[in-house]
Design a protein around this ligand. Structure first.
Ligand code: SF4
Length: 239
């Protein structure tokens, strides 16, 4: 995505953030818009790609560490609460699954998480049960080779051919979202999803705290060079 495209996307997110400032709707509005933008832009791009191997019911890559922005984590937390509130959902025991997964994976780096080969707690009977609100990271991970995915998931050292347009679009949408959050004085970091969710589910007030400008998911934050990232975002915004 070029600078003009990035600025346009930043402006879309900045507008939503400003319209919902201080409101309980903020996280849902901004995360859902990010997913809509990703899907709307990916459609035409994907039309020019070879067929993807990804299909409903294939959970091979769902052993990877997933990172997301705070709005994505809070949207997932609301979705989990809704599942838990339904009689069928309650039987899945999702909160317990998340607690157990968090206990097993907290603090692991990407390679260690992959080596553990522990499936995401949202995989139920081979399917992702939070598919409509899965993070941008999951949407941007698309493979052209199902067998290579299965071999990698089994611990074999294979190169999985991934879709660069999916990866790049995820990066652009995520960066523009982070940029708008940063401009609004909100916590703009990335969080390990399962740890972040465990925090959000444990204390519901964390969402209101985040909306008020606190980094309420900080214990789940992924470390990165914030100064360099901020400079990069400023550069992308500069005319
Ligand atoms: S959220 Fe869904 S798509 Fe993403 S890793 Fe978990 S099961 Fe897989």
């Amino acid at each position: 995505m070029n600078r003009a495209g990035f600025r346009e996307l930043h402006a879309v997110f900045a507008h939503i953030v400003a319209r919902n400032a201080g409101s309980a709707q903020l996280t849902e509005s901004v995360a859902e818009r990010a997913f809509d933008i990703f899907e709307a832009n990916m459609g035409p791009l994907a039309a020019h790609l070879p067929p993807l191997a990804c299909e409903k019911g294939c959970p091979s890559c769902c052993i990877l560490r997933v990172t997301a922005t705070a709005p994505e984590v809070f949207l997932l937390a609301s979705y989990v609460r809704r599942i838990e509130a339904s009689p069928q959902g309650a039987a899945i025991g999702l909160k317990r699954r998340i607690e157990l997964a968090d206990r097993a994976t907290r603090g692991l780096g990407e390679a260690e998480r992959m080596a553990l080969r522990k499936p995401c707690p949202f995989i139920v009977r081979g399917m992702c049960i939070v598919h409509p609100v899965r993070p941008l990271a999951c949407r941007g991970h698309a493979s052209f080779d199902k067998k290579a995915c299965a071999r990698a998931a089994a611990g074999q050292d294979v190169e999985v051919p991934l879709s660069e347009p999916h990866h790049a679009l995820r990066g652009s949408v995520q960066a523009a979202l982070q940029s708008a959050l940063r401009s609004a004085g909100l916590a703009w970091g990335l969080y390990e999803v399962i740890h972040g969710l465990a925090l959000a589910l444990d204390r519901e007030e964390r969402e209101a705290d985040w909306v008020a400008g606190k980094d309420s998911l900080a214990p789940a934050a992924i470390e990165f060079d914030r100064t360099a990232a901020a400079e990069q975002l400023d550069e992308l915004l500069a005319r």
